[in-house]
Ligand binder design. Structure first.
Ligand code: FUL
Length: 689
């Protein structure tokens, strides 16, 4: 009897402890999603016929023989990713052109039909083996939109796509992520059978995280610049939405929905170059370390995963310009997060939850996000304080929630002790898997994280402090309408040296002191140096064609005040021509005619859309004409679509057969966004070189 009572008491006691355990809040991640969030940073690889044809969106009619990398080495890709500190690789197994990087049974547009390895190669086999060798996870991108397959647009296509998917997911080992691209820029639309596709994924790869605009594994962040919202919930409302054009509003993709129906965290995709596919034209346009750092802090630092695209070149390798940049970035990140200063602090917290063995203040600084500290139920605010005997200098704060129990924190501040008083240095909203605050340098003996509000008791796994080294900013080169060149540098006191003959700048090259002119264009390379050259920035390269000094608009549409047509040819992409959207006559097509003031030998043109919230007016379909009298234009010298411009609104370059002309005419035939009847042109340029 006594024994039973004891056991009972023991059980009750145990239950009492149990009852103190933290209840999960809201939509929750699966184990696979938690593991996925822990990956944080991995590589995207775009590779296919487009690599060889200078296209972003192939038409599916390219000769498969164009695909012929001479030295393909998937181990070099994996080695580079590993050294860059990335945790996996996702490869475009099939892009919109339908070309399969493996010899698919369900297509006749594959590596088997290519010249590579006499049609006996299989890129998926090589990459999955290389990932295994280097301890990287392997993922696949498959575009449902297929511009090659004869069944596309017909009822049979869904089964074809399911078979294709099945083939990929059953033959190459574990797949951590299945990337479904929602893009479809063609006229032929196919209603997709997403249920069928998902079944195929989970049957073969139960732990795969499925990417799309509505998940279900992870969501597109709403832009291709790799930047999440400062507020970023990992939960999303998906009811009534579908992948692609029927996806949730951009704001929801970017920030998630507080209390959203499902756990669908953000994945931030961006390319290290302006386009997704390799082009020799972008060898000098690899993003700078400062740019990549902005992206890292804007993605991993804001509760998103970063999938950074590194295109494979025509040799079948990661180009040295890209791999060098990845290593430079790794170097800075390692130096930034090497020494967690929170470990040296005395850590205290208010409102620590009692009777729960899993909860400890010491867990906040134990360097793992699998242990945590929390407050009692219904207590949604608390303070965590780090105190030091001697002052500590820091400029990064890293916070993590224990997301297995849901995302909870709604707002928090960071304060420091300064001159005997507490001073607030940051006021922010969400945390999620990870939040990194990039701050100016602060020196103090006390740092306080004040959780102001949460959906339920906050459950925090990590508080970290770092003192990241400064990075020498890369110089910025600009040229105005008259052809006057300026080189500036955001860092203080660097010496900037430059060349105009294409050679690498050194301390011996011309030192930039005064603006100079380059009206006919050319190449400028600039580099910033500190401490007599001991520290140097990366080299920036800018190519300029003829300056628009003599250009004049001869015809344009009604514009919004301040956004007149002349802004399209002022040498400044920060200003723009935007046609009046309220004008009743404002319908596509729109056009802009320009007198170049002299006859030039033209080989192409460039179009840069204006970007910024609510601007829109991005052109998709275009026609470009030239003339010698500004009256007779003949047939267009170029016409087509700016492929992926809707999602990636960067400068577009179009080449055509060389022709002499004094007048040009840019006709915007179709908008990128159907509802937008206006046009934006940040800059229109010509190519003569
Ligand atoms: C987009 C595609 O259209 C681009 O070509 C690229 O693959 C990007 C990652 O997704 O939707």
């Amino acid at each position: 009897m006594k024994k039973t009572a004891l056991i009972l008491a023991g059980l009750l006691g145990c239950n009492m402890v149990m009852s103190q355990q933290i209840k999960p809040y809201g939509a929750l991640p699966s184990k696979a999603q938690v593991a996925w969030n822990d990956m944080e940073y991995y590589m995207f690889i775009h590779f296919g016929p487009n690599t060889f044809t200078n296209k972003e969106w192939g038409h599916g009619d390219e000769d498969p023989k164009v695909f012929n990398p001479t030295h393909l080495d998937a181990r070099q890709w994996a080695r580079t990713a590993k050294l860059a500190g990335m945790k996996g690789i996702v490869l475009t197994a099939k892009h919109h052109d339908g070309f399969c990087l493996w010899p698919s049974k369900y297509s006749t547009h594959t590596v088997r039909e290519s010249a590579w390895k006499d049609g006996k190669g299989d890129v998926l086999a090589e990459l999955s083996a290389a990932c295994k060798e280097y301890g990287l996870k392997f993922g696949v991108y498959l575009s449902p939109w297929d511009r090659n397959h004869p069944e596309y647009g017909k009822p049979g296509y869904n089964q074809v796509f399911a078979n294709t998917l099945n083939e990929v997911l059953s033959n190459y080992g574990p797949v951590f992520e299945q990337w479904f691209d929602g893009a479809n820029g063609g006229n032929l639309k196919q209603p997709y059978d997403w249920n069928l596709f998902h079944k195929v994924v989970y049957k073969n790869q139960p732990n795969a995280v499925i990417f799309s605009d509505v998940g279900p594994g992870c969501r597109w962040v709403g832009n291709e610049s790799g930047i999440a919202g400062t507020t970023n919930w990992s939960t999303l409302n998906v009811h009534g939405f579908a992948p692609g054009a029927a996806g949730p509003p951009t704001k929801s993709l970017n920030e998630g929905n507080e209390d959203g129906e499902q756990w669908i965290p953000a994945e931030c995709d961006v390319s290290i170059r302006p386009g997704w596919f390799y082009s020799p034209d972008t060898n000098d346009k690899v993003k700078s370390v400062s740019n990549l750092l902005d992206i890292y802090y804007g993605s991993v630092g804001r509760n998103g995963n970063l999938i950074l695209n590194v295109p494979i070149d025509r040799d079948g390798l990661i180009h040295p310009n890209d791999s060098t940049r990845l290593m430079e970035l790794r170097h800075v990140l390692d130096a930034s997060f090497k020494n967690n200063l929170a470990k040296k602090a005395v850590v205290t917290a208010t409102n620590t939850r009692k009777n729960d063995a899993a909860v400890k203040v010491s867990h906040l600084t134990d360097g793992t996000n699998t242990t945590y500290w929390a407050t009692p139920d219904n207590v949604t605010s608390a303070e965590i304080t780090l105190s030091y005997k001697t002052p500590v200098k820091f400029n990064r704060v890293v916070l993590q929630e224990y997301i297995a129990l849901g995302q909870r924190v709604k707002s928090f501040t960071v304060s420091i002790l300064e001159n005997g008083k507490m001073k607030e240095i940051a006021r922010e909203t969400t945390i999620g898997h990870k939040r990194i605050l990039r701050l100016p340098d602060y020196t103090t003996t006390l740092v306080r994280i004040n959780i102001l509000d949460a959906k339920a008791s906050p459950v925090i796994s990590e508080v970290q402090l770092y003192n990241a080294p400064g990075v020498l900013a890369t110089p910025e080169i600009s040229r105005n309408k008259e052809g006057v060149v300026m080189i500036s540098c955001a860092s203080s006191d660097p010496e900037v040296h430059f060349t105009t003959d294409g050679t690498e700048p050194t301390m011996q090259s011309s030192k930039f002191a005064n603006a100079f002119t380059l009206p006919q264009g050319g190449v400028i390379k600039a580099k910033a140096f500190l401490d007599n050259g001991k520290t140097a920035s990366e080299t920036v390269t800018a190519y300029f064609d003829v300056a628009p000094a003599k250009w004049q608009v001869i015809q344009s549409d009604a514009a919004i005040k301040g956004y007149e047509a002349a802004k399209a040819i002022d040498g400044n992409t920060a200003t723009a021509y935007i046609t009046d959207r309220k004008d009743a006559a404002a319908k596509y097509p729109h056009e802009l005619q320009i007198d170049l003031g002299e006859s030039l030998s033209l080989k192409g043109f460039t179009y840069t859309p204006a970007i910024g919230e609510g601007i829109g007016g991005v052109v998709y379909g275009y026609a470009f004409y030239t003339s010698n009298d500004g009256k007779s234009w003949g047939n267009p010298v170029a016409e087509g679509q700016f492929a992926n411009i809707k999602n990636n609104p960067v400068t577009q370059t179009v080449s055509f057969k060389a022709t002499n002309a004094r007048y040009i005419r840019f006709v915007a035939v179709a908008p990128a966004e159907e509802k937008e009847n206006w046009v934006s042109v940040a800059e229109l340029g010509v190519i003569t070189k």
